[in-house]
Design a protein around this ligand. Structure first.
Ligand code: GUN
Length: 291
């Protein structure tokens, strides 16, 4: 069994990005600039956005954090999105989700200029991805595909079962895995899927992206399968300083001995998601997607 080291691959990618930023700066080009909009004080969102800002510093990007309280109106937020769309110094920006219930996430996402949509959430980017045009691809699916590539994991003709159909992970990943560069045969499973255990056992590549801790048990995995765990549920813990720890969607101790490759939580998909946003921001700054 090979433990897929997302932390190591992400660190390599960060070095590659930092080297490209250095060349850009030395050639007199502007410094790539990522902005993040954070509404409210959700613990998870605070942590993720803080990482995003820290990652920017690590590779030499400029970053801006724009904060609002929970009671910001939808119009105020949309006005900020418009301002960021028009700000020539900002190459890409994200609005951290979830947003408070009184704000339409769809409206906000659709207001983002697709050329600056480094999350890859705008329908234009999703649509372009579906028909294999250059696009910003959302960070977690991009990170997973990059891990498979860098570990040279065979995907051609393999059965890939993705458990979870979210707009930001399961569904876009299913498109990427079926594309010609990857050539897997993909099934998307969800809460209404029949015979889920049997279906999972048919997978050569099993992706767990449902957000239910330790959902995938040993009896759901075929011997020699590749297992990708996207879960990052925070559970209470008296063993950590923070009082919580991350749990994946896979019951690791039961599943790992059966696998050819498996991603741990933490240290698997998570670091790849983080670095993928940097990658997209560099693409945005270089004008490589929308020429
Ligand atoms: N909330 C959870 N993941 C993400 C992400 O990748 N981007 C944004 N904007 N919000 C999120």
């Amino acid at each position: 069994m090979v433990l897929i080291d997302g932390k190591k691959v992400a660190a390599e990618m960060k070095e590659e990005i930092a080297a490209k930023v250095k060349v850009l700066k030395e050639s007199g080009s502007k410094t790539p600039h990522l902005a993040a909009v954070l509404v409210g004080h959700d613990g998870g969102s605070e942590t993720y956005v803080a990482y995003k800002i820290k990652d920017c510093e690590a590779v030499g990007f400029k970053s801006s954090l724009i904060r609002y309280e929970d009671n910001v109106t939808e119009n105020e937020l949309l006005a900020k999105v418009q301002e960021l769309n028009e700000d020539a110094d900002i190459d890409g920006f994200i609005v951290q989700l979830p947003l408070p219930a009184h704000i339409s996430e769809e409206k906000v996402i659709e207001a983002i200029n697709p050329k600056k949509d480094v999350d890859g959430f705008h329908p234009e980017n999703v649509g372009r991805m579906v028909i294999s045009l250059p696009s910003f691809v959302s960070a977690t699916p991009f990170g997973i595909v990059e891990l498979l590539k860098r570990y040279k994991i065979e995907t051609i003709g393999k059965n890939c079962v993705i458990v979870g159909r979210s707009n930001i992970v399961g569904r876009p990943l299913s498109i990427l895995m079926s594309q010609k560069a990857i050539n897997a045969t993909v099934t998307v499973a969800h809460s209404r899927t029949k015979n889920l255990e049997e279906l999972c056992r048919s997978a050569d590549i099993l992706v767990a992206a449902i957000g239910v801790p330790e959902f995938v048990k040993g009896n759901m995995v075929k011997d020699g399968a590749v297992v990708i765990d996207v879960g990052t549920t925070r559970v209470k813990s008296d063993q950590t300083k923070s009082g919580w720890k991350l749990k994946g969607d896979v019951l690791f101790d039961e599943v790992a001995p059966k696998c050819s490759y498996i991603t741990p939580v933490p240290g698997g998909v998570g670091p790849m998601t983080r670095v993928s946003l940097l990658y997209n921001t560099l693409l945005a700054a270089s004008g490589k997607i929308y020429k």
